[in-house]
Design a binder for this molecule. Structure first.
Ligand code: NAD
Ligand code: ZN
Length: 232
């Protein structure tokens, strides 16, 4: 395997050392809100102001955040590895891009993007979104954060599944393995015979499905793993 095809899945844990709280962190944004209120289409229909404000706060935090050594190492892998590297993230921040990552697949959407729920048009979100902002294409007051909420279908699944079907290596980094379909990617990768590695602070829900587990902080485990891959 000179140039293995690699699929990487990242979650909130890779951004933790950049100061963006994971979903379980005490005192973080998530601890102050119920998922049903801020991360479902029903919650948005009930109280759009609460939801838009919640994502405005997350967008402001993410805007200030700087990438850490984990993001930088993955950008280096994308730049230097001669085979395919698909970087899939569940994160809605832009830290992979800020670190120099290319072609980052945001399966759960992005804080940096706004979506029209009337016509499906997407545009760059302002730092502070207003409720009922008009869509630049259809002029309806139907702007929303371009975030995949619980009960909605993740983005780019065809592309991700196609890459998993060709994968030689699958790595999951900083993700708890609670949310599907992402939590099922390791099984798809194993099915085609890919080598699988987990890099997480605590063992994930699916840790037993990985051949190689590298516990620890992403800022330490990821650069080490990238060195191992690049040195073949
Ligand atoms: P998560 O918060 O569920 O898990 C983060 C994982 O990162 C944990 O297993 C933790 O051990 C690990 N971690 C923490 N610090 C780390 C570090 N420095 N280095 C390496 N690992 C570290 O986040 P997730 O898995 O990304 O969640 C998946 C998706 O779930 C999210 O994209 C989001 O759309 C959705 N979501 C989940 C919840 C929830 O309660 N699980 C709530 C809202 C949204
Ligand atoms: Zn529109």
């Amino acid at each position: 395997m000179t140039h293995p095809s690699i699929v990487i899945l990242t979650g909130a844990g890779i951004s933790a050392e950049s100061g963006l709280g994971t979903f379980r962190d005490e005192g973080g944004l998530w601890a102050q809100h119920r998922i049903e209120d801020v991360a479902t289409p029903e919650g948005f229909a009930r109280n759009p102001t609460l939801v838009v404000d919640f994502y405005n706060a997350r967008r402001a935090q993410a805007h200030e955040a700087v990438p850490n050594a984990g993001h930088a190492a993955l950008a280096r892998l994308q730049a230097e590895h001669k085979g395919e590297v698909l970087l899939v993230t569940q994160n809605v921040d832009s830290l992979h891009e800020k670190a120099g990552g290319s072609d980052v697949v945001h399966m759960h959407g992005e804080l940096a993007s706004a979506l029209c729920s009337n016509c499906g048009h997407r545009w760059t979100a302002p730092l502070h979104m207003e409720v009922g902002e008009a869509c630049p294409t259809c002029a309806q007051p139907t702007a929303r954060p371009d975030i995949v909420w619980f009960g909605e279908i993740p983005y780019h699944m065809e592309r991700i599944e196609a890459a998993l079907a060709q994968a030689d290596i699958f790595a999951a980094i900083g993700t708890s393995g609670n949310v599907y379909p992402a939590a099922g990617f390791v099984q798809m990768a194993r099915y085609v015979g890919a080598r699988t590695v987990e890099m997480n602070l605590d063992p994930s829900q699916t840790v037993d499905l990985f051949e190689d587990t590298r516990p620890g902080k992403a800022s330490e485990t990821v650069p080490q793993w990238v060195d191992d891959v690049l040195n073949g």
